[in-house]
Write a protein that binds this ligand. Structure first.
Ligand code: GLA
Length: 390
């Protein structure tokens, strides 16, 4: 969407009186490898996309805060107030936006002095698991910065976005999504150590290849509760392991040490959950080394292994994502494919040679339709910059 189109849509809802709005773009993200490691003190390797959420916003001269989503225009104008910042379950997506106002006040003592009118519209596939909620949270932070002159830098935006998601919206997510979205850079993935919050950018030079996102189109119902359940299982593993080894998180364990101490975990299911977290972390570190050495084939093989571990040990894939990954692995010219994000539906990511993209779509699309009964969607995506004013 161009700036002119966005501003035009804003005027259609709120009128021209009051002047030009500020415009912000906040991307979605895809994680290339390192899944369900970010709340275990491990490594992740995500990047920001060139698709995401567009915001146009203007100050008001009262205390009302109004939102209009171009994706849910039938819902009409949503109205909240600066004097009632608390979570309101009847107010849908506006909680992701109000959550940031609340978080700015709670964590940084920053409070807008007036209300505001906000128009937002996303161009990511709906409910795809490309992290539209983090995109909205971090984007809202940038809107507050732009409108009220708050100086919250991108690193801090990520931290505050995660805080808002955890403490206002109640999903106990790690920091990966907000970090990738706030800190993303064009043509770079972010190698982030979630324990130290130290990071480096790695160039993704995919000459002659595409990053494809394959959307399951599965309705995601139980994601939040399953997600929180996996977190609790990892916490249980840490508690039991601490009888025999001094750790704070699973990310501190190498696979070798884990295999020696795993006897301390009573429940075999919990052993598998912990094994995924430990091995996936090690795989992510190795994958980035391979990529830096130019070994994209080796990187792709680790993506495949990541999926297998998420399927068998962590059990967050399901028939939809497994069908996509398993069909993808059979396509000549597919470098690697795996589920990405939280799982339980959402989408998969694949690296595919340019000349194989068409047959990839055909073969994976056919296998999916046959097995699952409805179609998957395919998107070639590009790696873009983090949340910014434009
Ligand atoms: C969701 C969460 C992230 C991360 C992934 C799994 O996207 O928001 O913090 O835990 O799942 O890797």
């Amino acid at each position: 969407m161009t700036r002119e189109e966005l501003v035009q849509s804003f005027y259609e809802v709120y009128g021209k009186t009051g002047g030009e709005p500020v415009c912000v773009f906040s991307p979605g993200r895809v994680n290339l490898i390192g899944e369900h490691t970010d709340y275990n003190g491990g490594h992740v390797f995500p990047c920001a996309l060139t698709i995401g959420t567009y915001f146009a916003a203007r100050k008001r001269d009262d205390r009302r805060v109004r939102f209009f989503s171009g994706n849910f225009s039938r819902a009409g104008l949503m109205e909240r107030s600066l004097d009632r910042l608390e979570f309101d379950p009847s107010k849908g997506f506006s909680n992701y936006l109000m959550g940031m106002i609340w978080t700015y006040r709670e964590k940084r003592g920053l409070m807008p002095d007036t209300g505001m009118d906000i128009y937002l519209k996303g161009d990511m596939p709906h409910a795809s698991g490309l992290s539209s909620s983090a995109s909205v949270e971090v984007g809202m932070g940038q809107v507050l910065n732009a409108l009220f002159g708050f100086e919250v830098d991108p690193f801090d935006l990520a931290v505050l976005g995660q805080f808002s998601e955890n403490h206002y919206n109640g999903l106990n997510c790690g920091i990966m999504d907000q970090f990738a979205i706030a800190m993303g850079k064009k043509d770079r993935a972010i190698f982030l150590d979630t324990a130290a919050l130290s990071y480096e950018y790695a160039p993704i030079a995919l000459d002659g290849m595409k990053i494809l996102i394959i959307c399951t189109n599965k309705k995601r119902g139980l994601v939040d509760s399953k997600y929180n359940e996996r977190r609790a299982e990892c916490d249980e593993a840490v508690r039991e392991l601490r009888q025999v080894v001094e750790i704070q998180t699973l990310g501190e364990l190498s696979p070798e040490v884990f295999d020696k101490v795993k006897y301390a975990i009573a429940n075999p299911t919990v052993v598998r959950r912990a094994r995924h977290a430990v091995y996936e972390n090690e795989r992510t570190v190795r994958a980035v080394e391979l990529l830096k050495a130019g070994d994209i084939e080796g990187f792709g093989k680790l993506m495949n292994q990541s999926h297998i571990s998420l399927r068998d040990d962590y059990e967050v894939t399901g028939i939809e994502l497994d069908t996509i990954a398993e069909a993808a692995w059979k396509v000549d010219g597919c470098i690697g494919a795996r589920m990405t994000g939280a799982g339980f539906g959402g989408c998969a990511v694949a690296i595919v040679k340019d000349e194989a993209v068409e047959s990839f779509r055909e073969q994976v699309g056919k296998a999916y339709l046959e097995k699952v009964g409805y179609a998957a969607d395919f998107y070639a995506v590009e790696i873009g910059d983090g949340t910014h004013v434009f």
